[in-house]
Design a protein around this ligand. Structure first.
Ligand code: AP5
Ligand code: ZN
Length: 226
C-alpha cells in the first residue's frame, strides 16, 4: 500500500507514521528527515536545501522528487511505503502519480491531519527530537522518561534524553515562531491544494485531540492488510 500522511507543521505526521509502519509493516519515508540528514552530512543536496529549510520555505521539487525516486527503488519499499512530508506541491503529487503508475501502483489513501493553526505553535516550540532516529517528544504532551523523572525538582530541558538510546534530545533549527509563520504560509499556499488533487481518497482526521484518539481514527482509515 502507498499511504500519504498529510498535514501542517506540527499536526502529528511524524508522531503517527511509525504506528502505521508497525501496523502495515511498510517503511516511513519522511522527506524532512532525509533532508535534515543530508544537511548534517554536508552533501550536495544538503547544501542546496539548507537555506530554504532554515527560513521555513520549500526545497525545490526536483530535489525532493529525486530523493523519493531513489528511495522507493529500494527493496524495503516493494510492498509499499508511508510518505510523510511528501508530496508538498501539486507538481510533486503529479510526479509521484507518474512514478507509481510505472510500478503499477497508486496512492491508496491520503490521511489528512486537520488542526487549527492556533494550536501549532505550542506543539512546534515544545518539540524535542532524537535526530538519529527521528523520534520526537514534547515537553508537555509527550515528555521523555528523563523529564518525568525530574518532576518535582526544577526541570532541565537541556538534559533530556531519548527513551530508547539515552542520547541527548535537540530542538530543530526551524522550530522557531518566525520560521513557523513561513512554514504555515507555504503549507496553505503550496501544499493544501494537494487535497483537491487527491479528493476521492482523502480521509480527514481531527488531529487536535490527544495522540491515542488521533491514532484510532487513522487506524480505521488504513487499507485492510493483504
Ligand atoms: P518536515 O520535517 O516535513 O516538517 P513539517 O511538515 O513542518 O512537519 P513537522 O515535522 O514540523 O510536523 P509533524 O506533523 O511531523 O509533527 P510531529 O508529529 O513531530 O519538513 C521540514 C522542512 O523540510 C520543510 O519546511 C521544507 O523546507 C523541507 N521539506 C520537507 N519535505 C519537503 C518537500 N516534499 N518539498 C519541499 N520541501 C520539503 O508533532 C509535533 C509536536 O507535537 C511533537 O512535539 C509531538 O510530540 C507533538 N504532538 C503530536 N501529536 C500530538 C497530539 N495529538 N497532541 C499533542 N501533541 C502532539
Ligand atoms: Zn515531521
Amino acid at each position: 500500500s502507498v499511504i500519504v500522511i498529510f498535514g501542517p507543521p506540527g499536526a502529528g505526521k511524524g508522531t503517527q507514521a511509525p504506528k502505521i509502519t508497525e501496523t502495515l509493516n511498510i517503511p516511513q519515508l519522511a522527506t524532512g528527515d532525509m533532508l535534515r540528514a543530508a544537511v548534517a552530512a554536508g552533501t550536495e543536496v544538503g547544501k542546496k536545501a539548507k537555506a530554504a529549510m532554515d527560513s521555513g520555505g520549500l526545497v525545490t521539487d526536483d530535489i525532493v522528487v529525486g530523493i523519493i525516486r531513489d528511495r522507493i527503488a529500494e527493496k524495503d519499499c516493494a510492498r509499499g511505503f508511508i510518505l510523510d512530508g511528501f508530496p508538498r506541491t501539486v507538481e510533486q503529487a503529479k510526479k509521484l502519480d507518474e512514478m507509481l503508475k510505472k510500478r503499477g501502483e497508486k496512492v491508496d489513501v491520503v490521511v489528512s491531519l486537520e488542526i487549527d493553526d492556533a494550536l501549532l505553535e505550542e506543539r512546534i516550540c515544545g518539540r524535542w527530537v532524537h535526530k538519529a532516529s527521528g523520534r520526537s517528544y514534547h515537553v508537555k504532551f509527550n515528555p521523555p522518561k528523563s523529564l518525568l523523572k525530574k518532576k518535582g525538582k526544577k526541570a532541565k530541558p537541556k538534559r533530556m534524553v531519548d527513551d530508547v538510546t539515552g542520547e541527548p534530545l535537540e530542538q530543530r533549527s526551524d522550530d522557531t515562531k518566525e520560521a513557523l509563520v513561513a512554514r504555515l504560509e507555504a503549507y496553505h499556499k503550496q501544499t493544501k491544494p494537494i487535497l483537491a488533487h487527491y479528493q476521492s481518497i482523502v480521509a480527514a482526521v481531527d488531529a487536535s485531540r490527544e495522540m491515542d484518539a488521533v491514532w484510532a481514527d487513522i487506524k480505521s482509515a488504513l487499507p485492510v492488510q493483504s
